[in-house]
Structure formats: structure tokens, C-alpha cells
Design a protein around this ligand. Structure first.
Ligand SMILES: C[S@@+](CC[C@H](N)C(=O)[O-])C[C@H]1O[C@@H](n2cnc3c(N)ncnc32)[C@H](O)[C@@H]1O
Length: 263
């Protein structure tokens, strides 16, 4: 067993705007860019009531409001473009969005990287939450997967438990629909930071899309889920966020990272 802190990968985590952070990155140094930006929900994102009192580390809030979808796209375009020089030629990009902006984000990535760089439109199906009598319940997020060079990018197909009775107990290659529960109120990993994503989802994405020892960049790191996933999976975490609460929460999580069990 290799303890995480014995790895030659020191987490690098800075409180900064993604734009300034991107400009300071060394060229061709990043293997995987994962971005889970604000979704332009039009509301301020707050921790769920009681999260901080329940002994969780974060009681965060961040603005998630742009004057228009066009303004959100322009915000994202500027930051993605500024990050491109830091990406290796073999790098991949995962952009995590939802029904509000997915169609705009797809066009934006086609424009920045070229339509031939498209690899997958992943659906993260999470189940949790309410429903409406007026429509099908919205129960998934969208993760757009692009490779800078579609002929040479890293991919290690993740395996998930098989669901058919014939293959009971076996594993099969994951499809582009990832069935992973959202973090529930009682989950131990819950930090209280709003919009925290499950560690299981990020570990799967990091293992699949970043080579062992490679650098994983999350420039909107929030509670640090991607950085923790990278650390556990033996990749080098690199991140920033504008929110001081996000940086505090990420630092606390990284410092308490469990030992790595696989070589
Ligand atoms: C959807 S949350 C990320 C949640 C994260 N994936 C997690 O699992 O906790 C979006 C994050 O983007 C950050 N953010 C917003 N504008 C930013 C900017 N200009 N530069 C860096 N981070 C920013 C917010 O503070 C927030 O933490």
C-alpha cells in the first residue's frame, strides 16, 4: 500500500479566478481538464440548511447568475481559451453542465477544439431530488468529453457492475450513461459545499481520462472533489477557485485523504 502523501504529486491549490490562474500555468503541462462551472441557474448557490451545524466543513455560497446565456458562454469561452496553451497535445477536456446550457456548451467546444475532437456526451444519471407533475423529472447532468487530438488521447475504459442476471457479480465496460447516486444528506463525504459532486463519479472520470501520474486541472474546484479523486487515483491535482470557502474546504479534504490502496 502506497500512502497518498508518499506520491511525488503535491496538490497545488490556489485561490484565484480561473482566468488569471490559467494565464500563469506552464505550457503543455495538463493531461486532463475537468470543469464543473456555475450552471447559470440564476440563483445564489448556498449550503443546504444545517450543513455547517452538522459538523461539516463548508458553509459556502457563490453567485450563479449571468445577465444572459450569451454572457455565460462568453465567460466560459474566455477561460477555456486561456487554458488551451496549458493543455498537452494528448490532453482531454471534460465539461460538466446541465440542461440549461448543454447545447450552448457543445457548440462552444466544437468551436474551440473542432467537431472532430468530440469523444462522448456523458450522462450522469443521479436519481435524487424532486419531480414535477408538468414534465419528466430532470435527473441527469451532462459531461462533454473532448480530446485535443482525437488520434492520441489517454483512455482506460472504466468497468462498472453488470446489471443483467446472466452477468450477475461480474463487471462490464461502462456506457456513456453513468448511474451514480448524488450525495445524500447523510453521506459521510458531504462537506456542505453547494453543488458538491460525488467522489465516485470523479474517481471514475479521472481513472478513465488521465494517465497515471498525469496532471488533473480543475479551475472551479469547489469542495475539491476532483482534486481528491486525482490524489487517490495517483494523479497530480491542480486547482483553483475564487471562493475562500472552496479553498478551505478543498484543503481540509486533501489533508485528510485516505491512503491509496492500488499501486
Ligand atoms: C459547480 S461548483 C463546483 C463544485 C465542485 N465540482 C465540487 O464537487 O465541489 C462551481 C465553482 O466555481 C467557482 N467559480 C465561479 N466563478 C469562478 C471563477 N471565475 N474562477 C474560479 N472559480 C470560479 C465557484 O466558487 C464554485 O465553487
Amino acid at each position: 500500500m502506497t500512502p497518498v502523501r508518499d506520491l511525488a504529486v503535491e496538490p497545488r491549490l490556489v485561490r484565484a479566478d480561473w482566468l488569471a490562474f490559467a494565464a500563469a500555468l506552464p505550457p503543455s503541462s495538463v493531461d486532463l481538464l475537468y470543469v464543473d462551472p456555475p450552471f447559470n441557474t440564476g440563483a445564489a448557490k448556498r449550503s443546504p440548511p444545517g450543513a455547517a451545524q452538522a459538523g461539516r466543513t463548508a458553509d459556502g455560497a457563490y453567485a450563479d447568475r449571468w445577465p444572459s446565456t450569451g454572457a455565460w458562454v462568453a465567460w466560459l469561452r474566455e477561460r477555456l481559451r486561456a487554458t488551451i496553451p496549458a493543455l498537452k497535445r494528448s490532453a482531454s477536456v471534460l465539461l460538466h453542465v446541465d440542461w440549461r446550457t448543454c447545447h450552448h456548451a457543445r457548440l462552444l467546444l466544437d468551436d474551440l477544439f473542432g467537431p472532430a475532437s468530440f469523444v462522448n456526451h456523458l450522462v450522469w444519471s443521479y436519481g435524487l431530488g424532486g419531480s414535477s407533475p408538468r414534465r419528466f423529472a430532470r435527473k441527469h447532468d451532462d459531461i462533454l468529453f473532448y480530446a485535443l487530438d482525437p488520434r492520441r488521447y489517454y483512455f482506460d475504459p472504466p468497468r462498472v457492475p453488470a446489471t443483467s442476471r446472466r452477468l450477475a457479480g461480474a463487471h462490464k465496460k461502462a456506457t456513456d450513461v453513468l448511474d451514480i447516486p448524488a450525495i445524500n444528506n447523510m453521506a459521510l463525504e458531504r462537506t456542505g459545499y453547494p453543488t458538491q459532486k460525488p467522489l465516485e463519479l470523479l474517481r471514475l472520470l479521472v481513472r478513465a481520462c488521465a494517465p497515471p501520474g498525469g496532471t488533473v486541472l480543475d479551475p472551479c474546484c469547489g469542495s475539491g472533489t476532483t482534486l481528491l479523486a486525482a490524489l487517490i487515483e495517483g494523479r497530480a491535482p491542480l486547482g483553483c477557485d475564487v471562493s475562500p470557502v472552496a479553498i478551505r474546504t478543498s484543503r481540509t479534504r486533501l489533508a485528510a485523504a485516505p491512503p491509496r490502496t492500488s499501486p
